[in-house]
Design a binder for this molecule. Structure first.
Ligand code: DQA
Length: 152
């Protein structure tokens, strides 16, 4: 079966395009998602993409992913810096997750440098704009393909 991944966009990312474009870029969330879907179709991958401003809805999506997903790409927005609950959800389900941020969180305000979810993620991609999502998905897929065809 084709690998299936969950992409989570957290709070305020529905405003991309008009939200501080000098920091987050000019692409809307819809444009970013379209690019991810084009890639997924080329690779024969299924994507479920959600955006929520609600911490509980993000946790529900993470919990549910354990029943169907091979991995998760998550930009938890400001919850990255505050949410022990999202961290615990990611730790609980034991799926590989990659944390993405459009901006370089290490080059901004001090409070953004600390990610509560980083320790329970496979890795973190930040500062590369929307391409970070694509790179994260490519990494998950490469791992899955390696796993299903070891030594090739
Ligand atoms: C963000 C960085 C966070 O600090 C911020 O709260 C966001 C977006 C990013 O993609 O750069 O909402 O996750």
């Amino acid at each position: 079966m084709n690998p299936q991944y969950l992409v989570i966009h957290g709070p305020n990312l529905n405003l991309l395009g008009m939200r501080e474009p000098e920091i987050y870029g000019h692409e809307t969330l819809e444009e970013i998602n379209r690019r991810l879907r084009v890639w997924a179709e080329q690779e024969g991958v299924s994507l479920r993409i959600i955006q929520s401003n609600d911490e509980g809805a993000i946790i529900d999506a993470i919990q549910e992913a354990r029943t169907w997903a091979r991995g998760i790409v998550i930009n938890a927005g400001a919850y990255t810096h505050t949410s022990y609950a999202i961290r615990d959800a990611l730790a609980a389900i034991r799926l590989p997750a990659i944390e993405v941020h459009l901006s370089n969180i290490h080059a901004r305000e001090a409070f953004r440098r600390r990610s509560l979810i980083a320790p329970v993620c496979l890795g973190q991609i930040c500062g590369l704009g929307w391409r970070g999502y694509l790179l994260a998905l490519q990494a998950l897929l490469a791992r899955d393909r390696e796993e299903s065809a070891p030594g090739e």
